[in-house]
Design a protein around this ligand. Structure first.
Ligand SMILES: Cc1cc2nc3c(=O)[nH]c(=O)nc-3n(C[C@H](O)[C@H](O)[C@H](O)COP(=O)(O)OP(=O)(O)OC[C@H]3O[C@@H](n4cnc5c(N)ncnc54)[C@H](O)[C@@H]3O)c2cc1C
Length: 302
């Protein structure tokens, strides 16, 4: 780390999105501080897929490689810490970390990701990212032709079922309550032999995160190899809202096509501000953010 407390840009979150911002800014010789608390959302996933050049790589290795490349640019600094508060100042922004240090910057980036809210089902968290998965593009191929459950209801379940149907013909939707489907949707399920179970789930039996059985609240056991789950989420950091950034109805930080939030000088990228949840999207939106911040700084200084 550096003794300096003032930077042109502070990036909160040093995973794929934050590192991608820093790459563009480091190559533009901007003084940048990345603050990262070290808990990306895919921490438990053994292999990451669907990002070219890194298909099947361990998620942490992708981030380590990115960090090493970014820190080759000596105007970029990385701090292992958590940003706990932030405020607007006359010159820009001040961020305070858990260790009690204050840092200033002209521009601020939130690359903070989101926090998935785990349901209260025994065994669920142990299987998250291993055999309980969020996305067919990331992990669906690995579970092709397997007995698969989809824990979701309504539109989300219908959408997931239509995607997963191309990967396996053994699908059961677990609605964990009264099924909410239209007559047309039910007809599609029938056509593709997709089953529906409405009973609540009390436990997922597993071996090291690999599902063996789903135990229903009526005591029935059903064997599956994989389960898709559409989980609710919250923002990983509360600072964007305290600084005045608006959220969308779905809970994402509101950004325009240039990743600018509703607060001048504040940008957001990656999972916290977009529904396309993938490493590729995080890197893409971080790359745009870096270029847009550099453009702003250039216009202010040139
Ligand atoms: C279980 C699972 C498996 C996945 N598998 C794949 C896959 O195979 N392929 C794929 O393309 N995508 C996959 N994804 C999606 C992918 O992981 C995310 O889209 C990607 O990690 C988003 O990157 P990000 O940088 O926006 O956020 P994250 O990677 O979640 O990182 C956010 C970072 O910000 C830090 N942070 C948050 N708040 C603060 C704060 N206040 N101060 C300091 N630091 C802070 C966190 O510690 C974290 O390091 C998976 C997601 C999940 C949940």
């Amino acid at each position: 780390m550096t003794a300096s407390k003032s930077f042109e840009v502070i990036i909160i979150g040093g995973s794929y999105a934050g590192l991608s911002v820093a790459m563009a800014l480091g190559r533009s010789m901007r003084n940048v501080l990345i603050i990262d608390s070290g808990s990306p959302c895919n921490l438990q996933t053994p292999h990451s897929h669907n990002f070219i050049t890194q298909d099947g790589e361990k998620p942490a290795i992708i981030a380590e490689k990115a960090k090493a490349q970014v820190l080759n640019y000596n105007t970029v600094k990385f701090l292992n810490d958590q940003a706990v508060s932030g405020k607007k100042t006359k010159k820009g922004f001040t961020i305070t970390t858990q260790s009690g240090t204050e840092f200033d910057a002209k521009k601020l980036v939130f690359a903070t990701g989101v926090k998935d809210i785990m349901p209260r089902i025994i065994g669920f968290t142990d299987c998250w990212g291993i055999s309980v998965i969020h996305c067919p593009y990331c992990h669906g191929y690995e579970f092709r032709n397997k007995k698969t459950a989809i824990m979701a209801n309504g539109e989300k379940a219908f959408h997931l079922a239509s995607l997963v149907n191309n990967l396996t013909d053994d699908i059961t939707i677990l609605t964990t309550g009264k099924a909410e489907f239209t007559t047309e949707q039910l007809a599609k399920f029938k056509k593709h032999n997709i089953k529906i179970i409405e009973t609540k789930i009390s436990e997922i039996e597993h071996e090291n995160g690999h599902i063996k059985n789903v135990i229903l609240s009526n005591g029935n056991k059903v064997a599956y190899t994989a389960m898709y789950a559409a989980l609710p989420f919250t923002q990983h950091s509360g600072i964007p809202v305290t600084i005045g950034c608006e959220l969308t109805e779905q809970g994402y930080i509101k950004v325009n096509n240039f990743q600018e939030t509703t607060v001048k000088g504040v940008f957001a990228c990656g999972d916290n501000s977009g529904m396309m949840r993938s490493v590729a999207h995080a890197v893409y939106s971080g790359n745009i953010t870096g270029a847009m911040i550099n453009r702003e700084l250039t216009e202010e200084q040139f």
